[in-house]
Ligand binder design. Structure first.
Ligand code: ADP
Ligand code: MG
Ligand code: MG
Length: 346
């Protein structure tokens, strides 16, 4: 069947550039983070565009994941929803998605620019500052269009970028409900620490639909702190257990929580709400040498792409983690959240 995987997120053009710690300090940025731009950050976009060596790349976390999944899966496997403007930036995103064979069903805003993400690279770290612009205007009604809802009905797997919780919790709810009622697979990435901190309510209400949670260690920590979990906020395993046993709308599927932690092992906790059993696993990462690392922008997105593509292929969670780690390593060896062509295979 065509397009088993539907992804939803905020389509952004990445303005990627190398910066020093001074530059991060000037704008109060952490070396590894992802935030929404405040007014004080807006000059960054002009400055980055003028910097030597800056590159413009297709970005947007869930869009990166969707491209990664389509890179792995057979043609016509992945469709991506989000909102863009009517401009050359959107053309660039469509061009990149077409190269991967990713089907794009954008909602187009007539008078608002396509969103941008300044990807500030500092060695192996990346600090992302986003101006959502058109991406902020996605409406759940876009999914109701008969041709789009047909794609939703045909899909068997859904992947939601947690960043979209700041835009349209209604759209996430709509897809989550559909997935739960039809026993389809629903995956959500926490995306950034600020989602758990400042968008706690939409995150909490989306979680009941989620079969697969994917997040990194700093997002796990932010979740623990913002939810007052009675566990050490650095103890990813205990946090994963807490998230895994949260209430679930579809009790026919267990919840699996996948926490990546850079070069540290990927932690996977599965909780079966019927038997109340936990299954815990940790998967080592094959660390790349520093000369192999081009940049880590999009490592987690690539991991998620490999992971969800493998679920679509019916692989086990253990295999899906391995494909995720493979995809992440490939992306880390490319500039930005990209993959090598001609295609490499797992
Ligand atoms: P995020 O990009 O969301 O911060 P992580 O930093 O946890 O996500 O990275 C996701 C995955 O990318 C890791 O689980 C690992 O497989 C891979 N990865 C990250 N850094 C490296 C590295 N230096 N060498 C090899 N693999 C890496
Ligand atoms: Mg990381
Ligand atoms: Mg990530």
């Amino acid at each position: 069947m065509s397009y088993p995987l539907v992804a939803l997120g905020n389509p952004l053009l990445d303005l990627q550039v190398d910066v020093d710690t001074e530059y991060l300090k000037k704008y109060d940025l952490k070396e590894n983070d992802a935030i929404l731009a405040e007014p004080k950050h807006l000059p960054i976009f002009e400055e980055v565009l003028k910097k030597d060596g800056r590159v413009l790349l297709a970005g947007g976390a869930a869009q990166n994941t969707a491209r990664a999944a389509q890179y792995i899966l057979p043609p016509k496997s992945v469709v991506y929803f989000g909102s863009v403007g009517k401009d050359v930036y959107a053309d660039k995103l469509i061009e990149a998605n077409n190269k991967y064979g990713l089907r794009t069903e954008y909602q187009v805003q007539e008078d608002i620019e396509t969103g941008k993400c300044a990807a500030l690279i500092n060695g192996a770290h990346r600090s992302l500052v986003t101006d959502l612009a058109a991406a902020n205007h996605f409406k759940a009604s876009h999914l109701d269009k008969p041709e789009n809802w047909k794609l939703v009905e045909n899909a068997t797997h859904f992947y939601i970028g947690g960043f979209h919780l700041t835009v349209s919790p209604e759209a996430i709810e709509k897809l989550g409900k559909h997935a739960a009622e039809n026993n389809k697979v629903f995956a959500l990435n926490f995306s950034a620490p600020f989602i758990a901190q400042f968008f706690k309510d939409p995150l909490d209400s989306a979680l009941k639909y989620v079969d697969f949670v994917i997040a990194n260690e700093s997002e796990a920590e932010a979740y623990a702190e913002s939810h007052d979990l009675k566990v050490d906020s650095k103890d990813v395993l205990s946090i994963a257990k807490e998230v895994a046993k949260l209430p679930k709308a579809n009790t026919k599927r267990p919840r699996t929580v996948v926490f990546t932690q850079g070069t540290e092992p990927t932690i996977v906790v599965k909780y079966d709400p019927v038997s109340e059993d936990f299954e815990v696993n940790a998967y080592k990462v094959k660390e790349l040498t520093s000369s192999q690392i081009v940049d880590t922008n999009g490592a987690g997105d690539a991991f998620a792409g490999g992971f969800i593509a493998s679920l679509v292929e019916g692989k086990t969670v253990a295999q899906a983690v391995d494909v995720g780690q493979w995809a992440a390593a490939l992306s880390i060896q490319q500039v930005g959240p990209s993959f090598p062509f001609p295609k490499e295979t797992y």
